[in-house]
Design a protein around this ligand. Sequence first.
Ligand SMILES: [Zn+2]
Length: 304
Amino acid sequence: MLKIPKKTNMNTTAQILMKREFVDMVISGQIRRDETGLEGELYLSKLFEEELQVKPIILYGVRLVVEEKECQFDCLMIFQDKCMLIEVKNYSGDYFYDRGKFYFVSSKDEIDSPLEQLNRATRMFRKFLREIKMNFEVIPRLVFTGKEFQLYQSDLSLPIIHPGQIRRFIKKLNNESCYLNQRHTKLEEIIYARHRVFSSYEKKYEYEYDQLDKKMSCEKCDGRMESISQVKMKCSKCKVIERTQIALTRNIDEFIWLFPEMKITTSRIYEWIGESISQYSVRKYLKSHMIEKGNNKDRSYVKL
Ligand SMILES: [Zn+2]
Protein backbone atom coordinates (compact mmCIF):
# COMPACT_ATOMS: atom_id res chain seq x y z
CA MET A 1 0.00 0.00 0.00
CA LEU A 2 2.67 2.49 0.96
CA LYS A 3 5.58 0.85 -0.81
CA ILE A 4 5.34 2.81 -4.01
CA PRO A 5 4.29 6.40 -4.64
CA LYS A 6 0.76 6.68 -5.93
CA LYS A 7 -1.92 9.21 -6.26
CA THR A 8 -3.36 10.03 -2.90
CA ASN A 9 -6.93 9.10 -2.25
CA MET A 10 -7.63 12.72 -1.72
CA ASN A 11 -8.24 13.09 -5.39
CA THR A 12 -10.01 9.81 -6.09
CA THR A 13 -13.21 11.80 -5.95
CA ALA A 14 -11.73 14.52 -8.10
CA GLN A 15 -10.57 12.01 -10.68
CA ILE A 16 -13.95 10.36 -11.01
CA LEU A 17 -15.61 13.75 -11.22
CA MET A 18 -13.24 14.87 -13.96
CA LYS A 19 -13.94 11.70 -15.95
CA ARG A 20 -17.57 12.67 -15.90
CA GLU A 21 -17.04 16.16 -17.24
CA PHE A 22 -17.51 17.87 -13.92
CA VAL A 23 -15.87 21.22 -14.50
CA ASP A 24 -14.40 22.85 -11.48
CA MET A 25 -11.24 24.94 -11.59
CA VAL A 26 -10.27 24.15 -8.02
CA ILE A 27 -10.47 20.43 -8.61
CA SER A 28 -8.67 20.46 -11.96
CA GLY A 29 -5.89 22.60 -10.45
CA GLN A 30 -5.61 20.12 -7.60
CA ILE A 31 -5.34 17.18 -9.99
CA ARG A 32 -2.63 18.87 -12.05
CA ARG A 33 -0.63 19.63 -8.91
CA ASP A 34 -1.05 16.08 -7.64
CA GLU A 35 0.06 14.63 -10.96
CA THR A 36 3.19 16.79 -11.08
CA GLY A 37 3.89 15.92 -7.46
CA LEU A 38 3.51 12.23 -8.19
CA GLU A 39 6.04 12.47 -11.03
CA GLY A 40 8.56 13.85 -8.56
CA GLU A 41 7.92 11.06 -6.09
CA LEU A 42 8.21 8.39 -8.78
CA TYR A 43 11.49 9.90 -9.95
CA LEU A 44 12.90 9.83 -6.43
CA SER A 45 11.68 6.31 -5.70
CA LYS A 46 13.32 5.09 -8.91
CA LEU A 47 16.64 6.65 -7.88
CA PHE A 48 16.34 5.04 -4.46
CA GLU A 49 15.78 1.69 -6.12
CA GLU A 50 18.75 2.09 -8.41
CA GLU A 51 21.29 3.79 -6.20
CA LEU A 52 20.51 3.02 -2.60
CA GLN A 53 22.77 0.26 -1.36
CA VAL A 54 21.42 0.18 2.19
CA LYS A 55 17.89 -1.11 2.76
CA PRO A 56 15.89 1.17 5.02
CA ILE A 57 12.12 0.72 5.21
CA ILE A 58 10.68 3.24 2.75
CA LEU A 59 7.03 4.28 2.85
CA TYR A 60 5.33 6.74 0.53
CA GLY A 61 2.30 8.92 1.01
CA VAL A 62 1.94 8.32 4.73
CA ARG A 63 -1.03 10.05 6.30
CA LEU A 64 -1.40 10.03 10.06
CA VAL A 65 -3.70 11.67 12.52
CA VAL A 66 -1.84 13.05 15.50
CA GLU A 67 -3.76 14.81 18.24
CA GLU A 68 -6.77 14.95 15.92
CA LYS A 69 -4.85 16.75 13.20
CA GLU A 70 -3.97 15.19 9.91
CA CYS A 71 -0.43 15.19 8.65
CA GLN A 72 0.98 13.74 5.50
CA PHE A 73 4.46 13.14 4.19
CA ASP A 74 5.58 12.09 0.77
CA CYS A 75 8.27 9.69 1.88
CA LEU A 76 9.43 8.21 5.17
CA MET A 77 12.70 6.31 5.46
CA ILE A 78 13.28 4.24 8.56
CA PHE A 79 16.97 3.70 9.30
CA GLN A 80 18.51 2.10 12.36
CA ASP A 81 18.17 5.10 14.68
CA LYS A 82 16.74 7.74 12.40
CA CYS A 83 13.57 8.44 10.53
CA MET A 84 13.99 10.66 7.53
CA LEU A 85 10.92 12.61 6.51
CA ILE A 86 11.02 13.73 2.92
CA GLU A 87 8.79 16.27 1.30
CA VAL A 88 9.10 16.08 -2.48
CA LYS A 89 8.38 19.13 -4.60
CA ASN A 90 8.44 18.85 -8.34
CA TYR A 91 8.38 22.58 -9.02
CA SER A 92 9.76 24.07 -12.18
CA GLY A 93 10.79 27.65 -12.83
CA ASP A 94 12.55 30.31 -10.80
CA TYR A 95 11.82 30.94 -7.15
CA PHE A 96 13.52 32.89 -4.42
CA TYR A 97 13.71 32.44 -0.71
CA ASP A 98 13.53 35.29 1.74
CA ARG A 99 13.24 35.06 5.50
CA GLY A 100 11.31 31.83 5.67
CA LYS A 101 9.13 32.51 2.64
CA PHE A 102 9.13 31.36 -0.97
CA TYR A 103 8.26 33.57 -3.92
CA PHE A 104 8.01 33.32 -7.70
CA VAL A 105 10.81 35.36 -9.26
CA SER A 106 8.67 36.65 -12.10
CA SER A 107 5.59 37.79 -10.22
CA LYS A 108 7.08 38.12 -6.70
CA ASP A 109 3.96 36.29 -5.49
CA GLU A 110 4.39 34.27 -2.34
CA ILE A 111 3.69 30.53 -2.49
CA ASP A 112 2.68 28.18 0.32
CA SER A 113 5.95 27.41 2.03
CA PRO A 114 6.98 23.79 1.49
CA LEU A 115 9.37 24.19 4.43
CA GLU A 116 6.59 25.18 6.75
CA GLN A 117 4.65 22.12 5.58
CA LEU A 118 7.69 19.93 6.24
CA ASN A 119 8.34 21.46 9.66
CA ARG A 120 4.76 20.90 10.66
CA ALA A 121 4.90 17.26 9.53
CA THR A 122 8.19 16.82 11.41
CA ARG A 123 6.75 18.21 14.64
CA MET A 124 3.72 15.98 14.32
CA PHE A 125 5.74 12.89 13.53
CA ARG A 126 7.90 13.50 16.62
CA LYS A 127 4.72 13.72 18.67
CA PHE A 128 3.52 10.51 17.06
CA LEU A 129 6.74 8.71 18.01
CA ARG A 130 6.42 9.93 21.59
CA GLU A 131 2.83 8.77 21.65
CA ILE A 132 3.76 5.25 20.57
CA LYS A 133 6.83 5.35 22.84
CA MET A 134 9.43 4.90 20.18
CA ASN A 135 12.70 6.69 20.06
CA PHE A 136 14.06 7.78 16.69
CA GLU A 137 15.83 10.89 15.60
CA VAL A 138 13.65 12.63 13.02
CA ILE A 139 15.43 14.33 10.15
CA PRO A 140 13.44 16.44 7.69
CA ARG A 141 14.49 16.95 4.08
CA LEU A 142 12.85 19.00 1.37
CA VAL A 143 13.79 17.54 -2.00
CA PHE A 144 13.22 19.50 -5.19
CA THR A 145 13.10 17.13 -8.15
CA GLY A 146 12.22 19.42 -11.07
CA LYS A 147 15.05 19.68 -13.56
CA GLU A 148 13.98 23.19 -14.51
CA PHE A 149 13.78 24.34 -10.92
CA GLN A 150 15.98 27.08 -9.49
CA LEU A 151 15.81 28.53 -6.01
CA TYR A 152 17.66 31.79 -5.47
CA GLN A 153 18.92 33.07 -2.14
CA SER A 154 18.59 29.65 -0.58
CA ASP A 155 20.15 29.48 2.85
CA LEU A 156 22.78 26.75 3.33
CA SER A 157 21.37 25.91 6.75
CA LEU A 158 18.02 24.86 5.29
CA PRO A 159 17.27 21.13 4.96
CA ILE A 160 16.90 21.48 1.19
CA ILE A 161 18.18 19.12 -1.50
CA HIS A 162 18.33 20.81 -4.89
CA PRO A 163 17.81 18.85 -8.13
CA GLY A 164 21.55 18.67 -8.85
CA GLN A 165 22.31 17.32 -5.36
CA ILE A 166 19.93 14.35 -5.28
CA ARG A 167 22.49 11.73 -6.33
CA ARG A 168 25.00 12.96 -3.73
CA PHE A 169 22.20 12.98 -1.15
CA ILE A 170 21.53 9.30 -1.89
CA LYS A 171 25.25 8.51 -1.75
CA LYS A 172 25.33 9.99 1.74
CA LEU A 173 22.33 7.90 2.76
CA ASN A 174 24.40 4.85 1.91
CA ASN A 175 26.56 5.67 4.94
CA GLU A 176 23.64 5.53 7.35
CA SER A 177 23.47 2.58 9.75
CA CYS A 178 20.76 0.30 8.60
CA TYR A 179 20.61 -2.79 10.77
CA LEU A 180 16.91 -3.25 11.14
CA ASN A 181 15.17 -5.50 13.60
CA GLN A 182 11.74 -6.05 15.19
CA ARG A 183 11.67 -2.53 16.55
CA HIS A 184 11.67 -1.19 13.00
CA THR A 185 9.12 -3.68 11.74
CA LYS A 186 6.93 -2.75 14.67
CA LEU A 187 7.12 0.92 13.77
CA GLU A 188 6.23 0.06 10.20
CA GLU A 189 3.27 -2.01 11.39
CA ILE A 190 1.99 0.77 13.62
CA ILE A 191 2.23 3.24 10.74
CA TYR A 192 0.30 0.87 8.49
CA ALA A 193 -2.36 0.42 11.14
CA ARG A 194 -2.64 4.14 11.76
CA HIS A 195 -2.33 5.21 8.14
CA ARG A 196 -5.43 7.00 7.03
CA VAL A 197 -6.45 6.04 3.53
CA PHE A 198 -8.99 8.79 3.09
CA SER A 199 -8.11 12.36 3.74
CA SER A 200 -10.60 14.44 5.61
CA TYR A 201 -9.95 17.13 3.01
CA GLU A 202 -11.75 14.99 0.50
CA LYS A 203 -15.09 16.08 1.84
CA LYS A 204 -14.65 19.61 0.58
CA TYR A 205 -15.79 18.74 -2.93
CA GLU A 206 -19.35 19.60 -3.65
CA TYR A 207 -21.14 17.93 -6.52
CA GLU A 208 -24.48 16.57 -7.51
CA TYR A 209 -25.58 13.53 -9.46
CA ASP A 210 -27.23 15.64 -12.14
CA GLN A 211 -24.01 17.54 -12.84
CA LEU A 212 -22.19 14.45 -14.00
CA ASP A 213 -21.93 12.86 -17.41
CA LYS A 214 -23.63 9.46 -17.54
CA LYS A 215 -21.53 6.86 -19.26
CA MET A 216 -19.59 3.65 -18.87
CA SER A 217 -16.23 5.27 -18.24
CA CYS A 218 -12.98 3.83 -19.49
CA GLU A 219 -10.28 3.00 -16.98
CA LYS A 220 -7.41 4.11 -19.19
CA CYS A 221 -8.77 7.44 -20.35
CA ASP A 222 -11.90 9.45 -19.73
CA GLY A 223 -13.57 7.89 -22.76
CA ARG A 224 -16.99 6.40 -23.16
CA MET A 225 -17.21 2.63 -23.49
CA GLU A 226 -19.59 0.91 -25.83
CA SER A 227 -20.77 -2.68 -26.08
CA ILE A 228 -19.16 -4.69 -28.85
CA SER A 229 -20.51 -8.10 -27.82
CA GLN A 230 -22.46 -9.76 -25.03
CA VAL A 231 -19.44 -9.73 -22.77
CA LYS A 232 -17.09 -7.07 -24.06
CA MET A 233 -16.91 -3.31 -24.35
CA LYS A 234 -14.63 -1.00 -26.25
CA CYS A 235 -13.56 2.54 -25.43
CA SER A 236 -14.57 4.94 -28.17
CA LYS A 237 -11.55 7.11 -27.42
CA CYS A 238 -8.51 4.92 -26.68
CA LYS A 239 -10.01 1.74 -28.22
CA VAL A 240 -9.11 -0.41 -25.24
CA ILE A 241 -11.28 -3.53 -24.92
CA GLU A 242 -12.50 -4.66 -21.54
CA ARG A 243 -14.85 -7.31 -20.19
CA THR A 244 -18.25 -5.77 -19.56
CA GLN A 245 -18.40 -7.22 -16.09
CA ILE A 246 -15.14 -5.55 -15.08
CA ALA A 247 -16.14 -2.20 -16.57
CA LEU A 248 -19.50 -2.39 -14.83
CA THR A 249 -17.93 -3.26 -11.47
CA ARG A 250 -15.63 -0.27 -11.74
CA ASN A 251 -18.41 2.12 -12.74
CA ILE A 252 -20.64 0.93 -9.91
CA ASP A 253 -17.73 1.32 -7.49
CA GLU A 254 -17.29 4.89 -8.72
CA PHE A 255 -20.96 5.52 -8.18
CA ILE A 256 -20.78 4.16 -4.63
CA TRP A 257 -17.64 6.21 -3.98
CA LEU A 258 -19.30 9.44 -5.06
CA PHE A 259 -22.78 8.75 -3.72
CA PRO A 260 -22.55 6.41 -0.74
CA GLU A 261 -25.98 7.47 0.46
CA MET A 262 -27.81 6.83 -2.79
CA LYS A 263 -29.74 3.63 -3.38
CA ILE A 264 -28.41 1.28 -6.01
CA THR A 265 -31.20 0.21 -8.30
CA THR A 266 -31.25 -1.29 -11.77
CA SER A 267 -32.64 1.86 -13.33
CA ARG A 268 -30.17 4.11 -11.49
CA ILE A 269 -27.14 2.13 -12.61
CA TYR A 270 -28.57 1.76 -16.12
CA GLU A 271 -28.75 5.55 -16.23
CA TRP A 272 -25.31 6.03 -14.58
CA ILE A 273 -23.59 3.97 -17.28
CA GLY A 274 -25.32 5.94 -20.03
CA GLU A 275 -27.53 3.00 -21.07
CA SER A 276 -24.46 1.40 -22.57
CA ILE A 277 -25.68 -2.11 -21.82
CA SER A 278 -29.24 -3.42 -21.47
CA GLN A 279 -31.32 -3.03 -18.30
CA TYR A 280 -31.58 -6.80 -18.31
CA SER A 281 -27.77 -7.16 -18.11
CA VAL A 282 -27.55 -4.58 -15.35
CA ARG A 283 -30.19 -6.41 -13.31
CA LYS A 284 -28.51 -9.74 -13.89
CA TYR A 285 -25.21 -8.31 -12.69
CA LEU A 286 -26.68 -6.70 -9.58
CA LYS A 287 -28.57 -9.88 -8.67
CA SER A 288 -25.46 -12.02 -8.88
CA HIS A 289 -22.88 -9.64 -7.41
CA MET A 290 -24.72 -7.73 -4.75
CA ILE A 291 -27.17 -8.28 -1.95
CA GLU A 292 -30.85 -7.62 -2.69
CA LYS A 293 -32.85 -5.43 -0.37
CA GLY A 294 -36.55 -4.70 -0.31
CA ASN A 295 -39.41 -6.12 -2.34
CA ASN A 296 -40.34 -5.97 -6.01
CA LYS A 297 -41.48 -2.36 -6.03
CA ASP A 298 -38.68 -0.97 -3.91
CA ARG A 299 -35.75 -3.18 -4.67
CA SER A 300 -32.21 -1.97 -4.21
CA TYR A 301 -28.81 -3.56 -3.87
CA VAL A 302 -25.86 -3.24 -1.54
CA LYS A 303 -22.32 -4.29 -2.10
CA LEU A 304 -21.09 -7.45 -0.40
ZN1 LIG B 1 -10.27 4.76 -23.08
